[in-house]
Structure formats: structure tokens, C-alpha cells
Write a protein that binds this ligand. Structure first.
Ligand code: CU
Length: 291
């Protein structure tokens, strides 16, 4: 490469670095690490992630340190003669036993968390989650409440080509739904996750897990949310052309708010049922048809 080409390359790299550096503060929730999440399990997952990342970094420092020091101290210009041995049982035992111990040390705490994650027994509330192209359905099995949850109208309008609506102007663009899943805090919620057409995956990062929603299978998961709030997620399994428009919103509310929400949902479902079973008069039907 000629001198001027090198200069251009370095200037280009410098410019890119500066650009990224200046752009970083503009990205509101720019974060490198995983979120801690909103549940005890998600915190355990985070701690495991940090522990294992630490172990990996330590191994990298030790291995690369030994390599760099060895290369430096035993370089040819110092007149070092290379060793000539071909086999060392001692070395092989050491480099087998140490990694096994490290792996077992990582597997024990990870398995403990996995066992807790899979333990869906003694749940207070069970919600069946069904994935569709492209909506979620939530059925509260204890209360006979069920509804669909789809992308909110504002995002849906803005996502269309030539809609004239700027996505930047839409709050929580592609991350909002019409009917969020409402759950109480402090209660163990069991999820039964399935799908009706193709494979989807139900994922709320703050809960610390995701579960595939597979037609013909029921996958189990559970959560216990500690703080009231809005927790957002998305479908995490490519499920067709609108996969990117399949958000999840969980509204975590207090126990009292949840009870009030359940009773309004049940009442409106009963109203709807009464309405469906009512015999319509001819005049009413004609008026309805006109409408
Ligand atoms: Cu999907």
C-alpha cells in the first residue's frame, strides 16, 4: 500500500471512531451488558453470566499472558534452542484435568439455576400463551379470560410504506400492543406456551428466559415479577413476514389492581355472552345490518 493510501485508511478509521464516539450519547438506552431483569431468576441468570464472563476473561489473561511472555523470553534472537520432546503425559494430564475442573465449577451453579427455572409447580395463576401469524393470544385458565394481543395501531400505521408517519414520532415503535398481558406482582405465574400455525417464541428479556411456541406442543415456564411496571418483549423465532411486528407487553400491577382488572374482564365477557345468546328482533337486526 502506498503512503497516501495508508494515510487515507488511518483518516477513515479515525473519522469512523470519532463518529461512533459522538453518536454514542445520542443512543438513549445504549448498553453493552445484559439487563438485570425484574425477577429473582433473571438476577440469578445475570449473576451467572457475570461469573462465567469473569472466568473466561481470567482464562484469556492467563493463557495469552503465558503465550506472550514465552514468545518474548524464548525468541530466536536471544539464541534460545527449541525443546525437542514430542510427548508429555504430565502436560496432557494437566491440560485435561484443569479444564474439567473449571467446567464442573461452572456447571454446578448453572444447573442449580436451570432446575429452579424449570420448576413450574405450585403456581398461583396459569396463563396459556398461543402464538399466531401475527398475534399472541392469552388465556387465563383460572378465570376464563382470554384475548388477542396485536401490534398497536400507531406502530402499525407508521410501519407501512409511504404512510407519511415517521416511526421516530411513535412512542415505543413496534414495541406496543393493543391488549397487554396483565399480571400481578408477587405471585407465581405459570405459562403454557404453544402456537397455532408456525413456531414462534415468547420472550420478555426482563424475565430472563424465552420459550419456543410450537404447534402441537405445550412448553412450560414461570415467572414471579417483583416490581409493578411495563415489561416489553418480542417474538424471538422467525415466524414469517411480520415476525418483526409481533411485540409482547406485560403490565405488572399490584394484587388489588389485578383483582379489579379480572372482575371487569369477567363482567365484560359475561355481557358479551348475554349479547350473543339474546334473541334479536327483526327491527333490531335490520338496524344492525344497516349500520
Ligand atoms: Cu416470530
Amino acid at each position: 500500500m502506498s503512503h497516501s493510501n495508508w494515510k487515507r485508511l488511518w483518516l477513515g478509521l479515525l473519522g469512523t471512531g470519532l463518529g461512533l464516539g459522538l453518536a454514542a450519547p445520542a443512543m438513549a438506552d445504549w448498553a453493552l451488558n445484559m439487563p438485570r431483569g425484574a425477577t429473582a431468576i433473571s438476577n440469578e441468570v445475570y449473576d451467572l453470566h457475570m461469573l462465567i464472563l469473569g472466568i473466561c476473561c481470567l482464562i484469556a489473561i492467563v493463557v495469552f499472558g503465558v503465550m506472550i511472555v514465552s514468545i518474548f523470553l524464548h525468541r530466536k534472537s536471544r539464541g534460545v534452542e527449541p525443546a525437542q520432546f514430542h510427548h508429555s503425559t504430565k502436560a496432557e494430564i494437566i491440560w485435561t484435568v484443569i479444564p474439567i475442573l473449571i467446567l464442573v465449577g461452572m456447571a454446578v451453579p448453572a444447573a442449580e439455576t436451570l432446575v429452579r427455572m424449570e420448576d413450574t409447580r405450585n403456581a398461583d395463576i396459569t396463563v396459556k400463551v398461543t402464538g399466531y401469524q401475527w398475534k399472541w393470544r392469552y388465556d387465563y385458565l383460572d378465570d376464563e379470560i382470554g384475548f388477542y394481543s396485536t401490534l398497536d395501531r400507531a406502530s402499525n400505521a407508521a410501519r407501512r410504506l409511504n404512510s407519511g408517519i415517521q416511526p421516530a414520532g411513535v412512542d415505543n415503535y413496534l414495541l406496543d400492543v393493543d391488549n397487554p398481558l396483565v399480571l400481578p406482582v408477587g405471585r407465581k405465574i405459570e405459562f403454557l406456551i404453544t402456537a397455532d400455525d408456525v413456531i414462534h417464541s415468547w420472550w420478555v428479556p426482563d424475565f430472563g428466559w424465552k420459550r419456543d411456541a410450537i404447534p402441537g406442543f405445550v412448553n412450560q415456564a414461570w415467572t414471579l415479577i417483583e416490581e409493578p411496571g411495563t415489561y416489553r418483549g418480542q417474538c424471538a423465532e422467525l415466524c414469517g413476514k411480520d415476525h418483526g411486528f409481533l411485540p409482547i407487553v406485560v403490565n405488572a400491577v399490584t394484587e388489588e389492581e389485578y383483582a379489579a382488572w379480572v372482575s371487569t374482564q369477567v363482567a365484560s365477557a359475561e355481557d358479551q355472552q348475554d349479547e350473543n345468546q339474546r334473541l334479536w328482533t327483526r327491527a333490531e337486526l335490520m338496524q344492525h345490518g344497516q349500520g
